[in-house]
Design a protein around this ligand. Sequence first.
Ligand SMILES: CC(C)(COP(=O)(O)OP(=O)(O)OC[C@H]1O[C@@H](n2cnc3c(N)ncnc32)[C@H](O)[C@@H]1O)[C@@H](O)C(=O)NCCC(=O)NCCS
Ligand SMILES: Nc1ncnc2c1ncn2[C@@H]1O[C@H](COP(=O)(O)OP(=O)(O)OP(=O)(O)O)[C@@H](O)[C@H]1O
Length: 202
Amino acid sequence: MTLVIGLTGGIASGKSTVSRMLLEMGLPVIDADVIAKRIVEIGQHSYELIIQTFGEEVLNDDLSINRAKLGSIIFNDDVQRQKLNAIVHPAVRKNMLEEQKKLVEQGNETIVLDIPLLFESDLTHLVDKTIVVYVDDEVQVERLMKRNHFTLVEATSRISSQMPLKKKVALADEVINNNGTMEETKKQLLKILTNWNVIYSK
Ligand SMILES: CC(C)(COP(=O)(O)OP(=O)(O)OC[C@H]1O[C@@H](n2cnc3c(N)ncnc32)[C@H](O)[C@@H]1O)[C@@H](O)C(=O)NCCC(=O)NCCS
Ligand SMILES: Nc1ncnc2c1ncn2[C@@H]1O[C@H](COP(=O)(O)OP(=O)(O)OP(=O)(O)O)[C@@H](O)[C@H]1O
């Protein structure tokens, strides 16, 4: 039996940081953000649908999707965000399940799905256990502004497009508090994996 772990959290709460730790420990991680980027590359079906829906003004000069532009539209307008979600999410889910199938066939006993919108999109039936990476509101805003060079308004609009992180904590099987150092985060991760009898190589 394969154990499928759903890794989630809020924007900039530290999911990719924890994913990296898991990969370094030799555990396979499927990243929904990476898939969501791949399926909107030039020529993909979702790419065409995005142009039909949002127009050519969301394209860069080289015809690739201008992610900053599309982001500024969808994170300020619920209706537009639902439209993008309806285009991208089914394709992300299909690709994730295909990747998961391959990993199961290769004999992996543990597979991690890094899905930012695991709870918002009601995808918990795809996983056996959930881990939420949590940070306090101030830490989240600060790290998001720093990483993306966002203003306070830009950071806040993105955070408020998601389920409040405290609500995700209440829904989680396990929570990693990522307010502290990376070492403290790693320690919490190792404890959870040990409790779940997950075997890792490094
Ligand atoms: C709007 C887009 C183009 C902005 O791209 P950008 O490179 O700036 O951000 P990136 O894709 O790296 O996402 C960063 C984070 O934003 C948050 N986020 C992204 N999309 C959404 C969304 N539709 N609703 C709420 N939060 C979102 C997630 O926490 C994600 O980890 C992009 O996020 C996108 O295509 N979003 C729709 C697909 C989606 O829902 N992806 C998230 C998981 S499948
Ligand atoms: N414990 C930590 N201490 C200091 N900085 C951290 C810590 N954890 C993460 N960061 C930084 O905070 C930012 C957000 O982390 P990360 O990219 O892992 O979040 P994420 O949840 O994957 O974000 P997104 O939802 O946008 O994909 C990054 O710049 C990262 O380097």
